[in-house]
Design a protein around this ligand. Structure first.
Ligand code: HOZ
Length: 426
């Protein structure tokens, strides 16, 4: 495939935008080469500026669970836009989306809408600190909760891809309140909690991690976290920006059967428009301004276009929850197909999967945390990534990201992907 125009557009973008992109992982630095510039997309396919058609496995990093340009979402946004795009005043649709979202997820009474997953996680931690009157938090190495200061400590996603898991610009004062544990290491968490007894406001976790590849928690680990939090009066924050409304109606809370104290959302809840949210029980949420003392605000929060996209998306998922099963089956099919080809090629690999999230790691060892994920062979990943790209298949351009399947993908698309892999010399 030819990507000439994309390369020219990238060269032009680099003159005016740092690195030519507005989010680092898009720049392809981890895999080399120039990024693809998208012209349009429909269903499971991207159409780039060179006229290539690509099968898409990122779905805008998760939101487009039903495929690109999904008709009911587009219709809702276009209709809404006729009446004005932003008011900075309350609108009825905010309550409609709040009601629907709360009805779909377990254990949440109230929800506040923001504009991104970063804002949602940043606000959730502030709320946890205000509510508990404590300062410290525990996060897990390789988990990524957006780019606010408290979280850029051994962060995953683009932060680790580009070698700045601890970003310059985060003050030591901020960093000292973020304690670090290893994913799936309950003993390590227990030690940290004992060493900081009475000082911890929250433990924040991606209940299925998606920013160091896809990593699944053991039952013992995730249940243990819940127990520790309950015993020690620490709030358990589930960052469900990736998993919320993707793994099931009730997200990871439902599929893992664990109740969190605060849950953050993003991606699917905005149907492809910029929406983040955080939710909790009433006694916690009432700590937020204007009812309570913890401040949080935003001019574009609850924006009517974004709310209409989110409402259309969640309405579809609420009415047709069989989509979650269908997606999980497609992902299992892809897992089996890729696994067979890599085994036949004698390429050491691990495939991690949960629901419609999946990642391929080129290593012999099980990938259960950041340290094991980082052992993946990036040279093989680059060949795998570019080999598939040359054959019209678009994967996340970093080994530290999960793929997100969308339900517009057909079994023919999955077979085309598996067959393309057969042709690649790894
Ligand atoms: N940090 C996002 C993935 N985990 C990537 C966002 C983007 O580049 O759009």
């Amino acid at each position: 495939m030819i990507y000439q125009r994309s390369s020219a557009l990238f060269a032009e973008a680099k003159k005016y935008i740092p690195g030519g992109v507005n989010s680092p992982v898009r720049a392809f630095k981890a895999v080399g080469g120039d990024p693809i510039f998208v012209k349009k997309a429909k269903g499971a396919y991207l159409f780039d500026e060179d006229g290539n058609k690509l099968i898409d496995y990122i779905a805008s990093w998760g939101p487009l669970i039903l495929g690109h340009a999904y008709e009911p979402v587009i219709k809702a946004v276009v209709e809404k836009a006729q009446n004005g795009t932003s008011f900075g005043m309350p609108t009825e649709i905010e309550t409609e989306l709040a009601k629907l979202a709360i009805s779909m997820v377990p254990n949440m009474d109230k929800i506040r809408f923001v504009n991104s997953g970063t804002e949602a996680c940043m606000s959730a931690v502030r709320l946890a600190r205000g509510y508990t009157g404590k300062d410290k938090i525990i996060k897990f190495a390789g988990c990524y909760h957006g780019h606010s200061d408290s979280f850029l400590i051994q962060a995953g996603s683009g932060a680790v891809t580009f070698g700045s898991p601890n970003s310059p610009g985060v003050t030591q004062g901020t960093a000292k309140d973020t304690l670090l544990a290893a994913y799936n290491d309950l003993a390590g968490v227990k030690e940290l909690v004992q060493a900081n007894k009475g000082e911890l406001a929250a433990i924040i976790i991606e209940p299925i991690a998606g920013n160091m590849g896809c990593i699944v928690p053991t039952d013992e680990f995730i249940k243990g976290l819940r127990e520790i939090c309950t015993q020690e009066n620490i709030l358990l924050i589930f960052d469900e920006v990736m998993t919320g409304f993707r793994l099931g109606k009730g997200g990871a809370q439902e599929v893992l059967n664990i109740k969190a104290d605060i849950v953050t959302y993003g991606k699917v809840i905005g149907g492809g428009l910029p929406v983040g949210a955080f939710a909790a029980r009433t006694e916690i949420m009432d700590y937020l301004a204007p009812d309570g003392p913890v401040y949080q605000a935003g001019t574009l929060s609850g924006n009517p276009l974004a709310m209409s996209a989110g409402l259309a998306m969640l309405t579809e998922l609420n009415n047709a929850p069989e989509v979650f099963k269908s997606l999980a089956e497609k992902t299992a099919y892809l897992h089996k197909g890729i696994g067979k080809v890599l085994t036949e090629k004698n390429v050491p690999h691990q495939i991690n999967r949960f629901g419609s999230m999946i990642s391929v790691h080129f290593t012999d060892e099980p990938v259960v945390d950041f340290a094991s994920s980082a052992k993946g062979d990036n040279d093989t990943f680059k060949k795998y990534f570019h080999g598939l790209l040359e054959r019209g298949i678009y994967l996340p351009p970093s080994a530290f990201e999960s793929y997100f399947l969308n339900d517009a993908l057909s079994y023919e698309d999955l077979d085309a992907t598996i067959n393309a892999l057969k042709e690649i010399d790894l």
